[in-house]
Design a protein around this ligand. Sequence first.
Ligand code: SF4
Length: 218
Amino acid sequence: MREEPDLRKSERARIILNELKKLYPDAGCTLDFTSPLELLIATQLAAQCTDARVNIVTKDLFKKYPNVEAYAAADLQELEKDIRSTGFFRNKAKNIKECCTRLLTHYNGKVPGNMEDLLSLPGVGRKTANVVLSTVFSKPGVIVDTHCTRLSNRLGLTKSTNPDIIEKDLMKLLPQSEWANFSHRLVYHGRAVCQARKPKCDICGIRSYCTYYKKAIK
Ligand code: SF4
């Protein structure tokens, strides 16, 4: 049976959602891509790396590897070199090559549009799958990255640092149609105001609804 969120928290979540909408009306995925495959690759590269850095790297990468066959046939060391500056490049290169090989052998070279199949791809976890599903397949998905983890905890919308639990907590609190955009807006707010080391609570537009802030001013 579906567990009902406590009303105070769900009410706060609704207000935070609306305030973030006003603050960041145009928030969306900040990775550059022109196809589901490019987004899948960019999202894998974005692990432990900024979207800005990934966008620099993919500018040339997407020209050099224009399709799934090119990644599957890539020389691993060369691919590592091409994505080196995104960090964890050995793992990422291996996963991308294996992921694209599986796309060819199991999915006719196409990026699948459902969670189960996406999760069967090497290097693809729920975060990457939800980015792809929500951005190119218009399916609902909460995207739990480092910003979402930090902000949803500070805002008191979850008590967990486990991405799977955070995802479930936010899914209970927010309407499906808002799942992805709420995640994007948390990223914007995390970059601009609620930074990891020193959140700028003094200028924060949602501080009235923030558990962290309420505790800090007590
Ligand atoms: S009040 Fe402070 S901790 Fe809370 S969301 Fe705003 S910046 Fe982050």
